[in-house]
Design a protein around this ligand. Structure first.
Ligand code: NAD
Length: 292
């Protein structure tokens, strides 16, 4: 079992840290919000990020965005971690920052993985997250048992940044598919069709996708989803907007044609501008049904 420093005990980090404790690891947590850090039974609480970083076998970060991860790495982790400490960043951040930090970590003698997750707060609590990791083979081999304690699926996607790249491609596909399902139901409604019949057909036909069968945005059909709960997140529109922004930056830097991804980005930007950042991302259907 490993000694693990865990920095960022928010909605996702709390469940992840709990699962590391459950797996028998010796976990020391830090969050700027001390109350959150004290909520992890069985974990020691560090007073500072440096203290969480010192003398560990591995350090896991689960922070809001790239600039925060860079600040914590440069200020607290790289100068203070013991030689040989394995560094795993599970936050969703831009590919460029992930690559730059992995380079700086490498120069300082550390193996670093970007290992963002899919599966949401429920997956973090249940230990069923999917991890997509970027970084060297040796670091991945060391990280695998730690990631397995927090997830049900762990895939090594390639070198540094590949985890973040995979994550934003996945979420761009998800956003486009969610909007496609929302527009399908909005059109069906306008045509006077039964949403249940559309679900019955499309869930077994070529319109089938996760946004339809597992996370249907139309209330009252399919499994119980956020749509049946007033569009409480789930996965907030604001976070989807952030991820699509990362995808747009990556597309610009690499010259990829992501016309539909751009349209999805604009649609979620409109939701955020309308004050709906905290609404579930499937709530995009509400505007479409109203406008229809
Ligand atoms: P969150 O805001 O609930 O948690 C972030 C935590 O980091 C907070 O507790 C905050 O106090 C802490 N923090 C901020 N700056 C800090 C610093 N300098 N030092 C120490 N702690 C600091 O966010 P979350 O929902 O847990 O998401 C975390 C990451 O996971 C994000 O990058 C998000 O995009 C990604 N993610 C979230 C979900 C989801 O469904 N919520 C799903 C997949 C990925």
């Amino acid at each position: 079992m490993a000694t693990i420093g865990f920095i960022g005990i928010g909605n996702m980090g709390a469940g992840m840290a709990r699962n590391l404790v459950r797996a028998g690891h010796e976990v020391t947590v830090f969050d700027l919000d001390a109350e959150k850090a004290h909520g992890i039974e069985g974990a020691a609480v560090a007073e500072t990020a440096e203290a969480a970083a010192r003398g560990r076998d591995a350090i896991v970060t689960m922070l809001p965005a790239g600039p925060v991860v860079a600040q914590v790495y440069r200020g607290s982790i790289l100068p203070h971690a013991a030689p040989g400490t394995l560094l795993i960043d599970c936050s969703t951040i831009d590919v460029e920052t992930a690559r730059v930090l992995a380079g700086e970590a490498g120069e300082a003698g550390f193996a670093m993985l970007d290992a963002p997750v899919s599966g949401g707060v429920a997956g973090a609590e249940a230990g069923t997250l999917a991890f997509m990791a970027g970084g060297g083979e040796a670091g991945f081999a060391r990280a695998e048992p730690i990631l397995n304690a927090m997830g049900a699926k762990v895939v090594h996607c390639g070198e540094a940044g590949a985890g973040q790249g995979t994550k934003i491609c996945n979420n761009m596909m998800l956003a486009i598919q969610m909007i496609s399902v929302a527009e399908g139901f909005a059109l069906a409604e306008k045509l006077g069709l039964s949403p249940q019949k559309l679900f019955d057909v499309s869930s077994a036909a070529s319109g089938q996708c996760w946004s339809l069968t597992t996370y249907c945005p139309m209330p009252g059909v399919g499994p119980t989803t956020s749509a049946d709960n007033g569009y409480e997140p789930g996965f907030a529109a604001g976070l989807m907007h952030k991820d699509l922004g990362l995808a747009m930056a990556a597309a610009e830097a690499s010259g990829a044609d992501v016309a539909f991804g751009r349209a999805a980005f604009d649609a979620y930007a409109a939701m955020v501008e309308a004050g709906e950042a905290g609404v579930d991302f499937s709530g995009i259907i509400r505007g479409k049904r109203e406008l229809s």
